[in-house]
Design a protein around this ligand. Structure first.
Ligand SMILES: Nc1ncnc2c1ncn2[C@@H]1O[C@H](COP(=O)(O)OP(=O)(O)OP(=O)(O)O)[C@@H](O)[C@H]1O
Length: 261
């Protein structure tokens, strides 16, 4: 099957600054891939190039074998979601669905997926940061994407909000969605992801399955073979959820079973 994400020798320069430097990346179908790096490492720049939001200085991107752009089947939350503060969560999604030519019935479905149904009639301005983020994910789900790209989805959230977002990502993965997410938290990618790529100063300096990561004292440095998709073997087992991990905020309903595939 064609890889959901494949990038070869991706480079972005801003004047004399090389924000992303000859980066190769391959995300396999159904995988939750963690793109890990400190602030300023080049994560957002890479994701924006992958999605066709900015043009690479050089290099190549393919999503499902095609050039990025307005591809169906790809949902992304890159910058903070832009919603109307005075509209309800539901009405915000209705507006988006109408613009996107999506059936109105999807709105209720995605609100359910992100566990916002009970607060869907409240104005966006009254939402917690975690709820705002989850509404942002709901917006990316409107078109029922096969690939979801999330830029630091737990950034700024309190522990309960982080736990909710991680559960949501796990459910998306369990439903067969490919997820590429960036993070600066090793614990987060270890907990959530099948595979992790580490970016530092614009370069992919290490890549590993999380299973390898758990069994070894540190990440292995990877050579950067040009023009070839690494890690094309069978998808590794997803790490087991820690018992008692789930924390809920008072505003949320009881946890739902895994999403239907
Ligand atoms: N439009 C731009 N013009 C100039 N420099 C930029 C631009 N966008 C990003 N950069 C620079 O490129 C580098 C990588 O930035 P990027 O936002 O991709 O990092 P990041 O890993 O996402 O960091 P953070 O976690 O802080 O968002 C940084 O040095 C940043 O200042």
């Amino acid at each position: 099957m064609t890889a959901p994400v494949e990038a070869r020798r991706l480079t972005k320069r801003y004047g004399t600054l090389t924000a992303v430097d000859n980066l190769d990346l391959c995300v396999q179908p159904g995988e939750i891939y963690g793109f890990l790096g400190p602030n300023g490492a080049g994560k957002t720049t890479t994701l924006r190039m992958l999605l066709g939001l900015i043009r690479p200085t050089s290099g190549e991107v393919r999503l499902f074998g095609r050039a990025p752009g307005r591809l169906d089947g790809v949902g992304a939350l890159i910058e903070g979601p832009a919603f109307y503060p005075y509209l309800t969560g539901r009405d915000n999604l209705r507006v988006m669905a109408r613009h996107a030519g999506v059936a109105p019935a999807r709105v209720a479905a995605v609100l359910d997926q992100v566990e916002l149904t009970v607060r869907a009639g409240d104005r966006y301005a009254t939402y917690s940061l975690g709820m705002k983020q989850r509404l942002g994910v709901a917006a990316t789900l409107l078109k029922d994407p096969r690939l979801i790209v999330l830029d630091e989805p737990t950034n700024g959230l309190d522990p309960a909000g982080m736990a909710d977002m991680r559960l949501l990502v796990r459910r998306l993965g369990a439903a067969g969605c490919t997820v590429l997410l960036s993070s600066h938290l090793m614990t987060e990618v270890q907990e959530l992801c099948d595979r992790v790529g580490v970016i530092a100063a614009g370069r992919l300096v290490a890549e590993s399955t999380v299973a390898e990561l758990r069994g070894e004292p540190g990440l292995r440095l990877v050579a950067a073979p040009a023009g070839r998709c690494r890690g094309t073997g069978p998808k590794p087992a997803r790490p087991a959820r820690r018992p008692g991990h789930r924390r809920r905020s008072a505003t949320h309903r009881a946890p739902r079973p895994a999403l239907p595939s």
